[in-house]
Design a protein around this ligand. Structure first.
Ligand SMILES: NC(=O)c1ccc[n+]([C@@H]2O[C@H](COP(=O)([O-])OP(=O)(O)OC[C@H]3O[C@@H](n4cnc5c(N)ncnc54)[C@H](OP(=O)(O)O)[C@@H]3O)[C@@H](O)[C@H]2O)c1
Length: 304
């Protein structure tokens, strides 16, 4: 029998990619909020995951082995302008998922972020104490603590990913590829660093962690510390796109409206050692992403 996984935030960029890449080997149920989507071979249910009772009913009905909690308020600007909503979605709902999964004896994977630090140091390990700069980072950090206090066996994944998005939810890499294909100019920051991972690599690393019964915090990122500008140049080079449409910009002089960290890069040493996996660098991952552009699963995601 296939092992059963429930994904919250079922219509989101990460959950859609997770669902499509894992539905052959796992039984997948996606929980939806406002946007209703249908993915072949997958059960979808609209549920208020902030409600203790509703969540308990749905998890008791399906009895999954794992809940992967991807739902979140992911717009940094929306979080800043509506901190109450950010707290509700990112903190309260995550705490509720942790409580119900703990009570029902279900493994929880909580998706966190690399946006937790003040951006003054590169390649941070899991032991460094977070120091968020904005409401998004603050709520995601508080969520991590509440999830682990409530459900100490939970697995918390700090990451930053890209990949093929849907018609309604474009990824950062989509924005670069589609803009350059349409010969539209884009500005990418050369003073903002991160260590992005291709979404399918992220998913396979998390499953490797789950199969080894990992718990606690793991950074799941690529081997590369790279600026957003360099990332764009790498994408353009692999996809044979004209780099003259990429303008180099700087965040630092404009970093006062919603303060963002200039360096979000994380170390992946812990996950590499724990799983024995070679995570790979951005160039290798982009090659993989290009190869997968023609796959029927990618087309399916793009048409959602
Ligand atoms: N994208 C990235 O590069 C990135 C980087 C670092 C960390 N992360 C983390 O990774 C996770 C997934 O990100 P993503 O980019 O896949 O997110 P996304 O595309 O923005 O999707 C967010 C999902 O959360 C759902 N949601 C929003 N409010 C909700 C509520 N009140 N109750 C239940 N569900 C709600 C949305 O449903 P509706 O659309 O129906 O409201 C949507 O399905 C998030 O936790 C994010 O913080 C993402």
């Amino acid at each position: 029998m296939k092992s059963k996984i429930i994904l919250t935030g079922g219509s989101g960029l990460l959950a859609v990619n997770w669902t499509v890449s894992m539905r052959e080997t796992h039984e997948i149920i996606i929980l939806l909020h406002e946007r209703e989507i249908a993915i072949a071979g997958v059960t979808a249910e609209k549920v208020d995951i902030g409600s203790y009772e509703e969540l308990k009913v749905v998890l008791s009905k399906y009895q999954p082995e794992i809940v992967i909690h991807t739902a979140g308020l992911t717009s940094v600007e929306t979080c800043e302008s509506n901190p109450t909503l950010a707290n509700l979605v990112n903190v309260e709902i995550s705490s509720n998922v942790a409580l119900v999964t703990k009570q029902l004896g279900i493994k929880m994977v909580h998706i966190s972020t690399d946006h937790l630090f003040d951006g003054t140091h590169p390649l941070l390990s899991e032991e460094i104490i977070p120091s968020p700069l904005n409401v998004y980072g603050f709520t995601k950090e508080l969520a991590e603590r509440k999830v682990l206090e409530t459900h100490p066996q939970a697995l918390v994944i700090r990451t930053n990913f890209y990949g093929w998005g849907t018609s309604y939810r474009k990824s950062f890499s989509d924005m670069i590829i589609f803009s350059l294909r349409e010969k539209k100019q884009i500005t990418l920051y050369s003073d903002v660093y991160y260590s992005p991972i291709y979404v399918n690599k992220l998913i396979s690393c998390v499953h490797a962690l789950i199969s080894r019964d990992a718990k606690g915090i793991f950074n799941v990122v690529s081997d590369s510390r790279i600026s957003k500008y360099e990332f764009g140049l790498n994408i353009a080079s692999e996809f044979n796109l004209d780099t003259s449409f990429i303008r180099e910009g700087l965040l630092a002089p404009n970093n006062h409206i919603v303060k963002r960290p200039l360096d979000m890069s994380l170390s992946n040493q812990k996950v590499s050692t724990f799983t024995g996996m070679q995570i790979g660098n951005v160039k290798d991952h982009i090659k993989l992403m290009k190869l997968q552009e023609q796959d029927s699963s990618t087309t399916e995601i793009q048409h959602l």
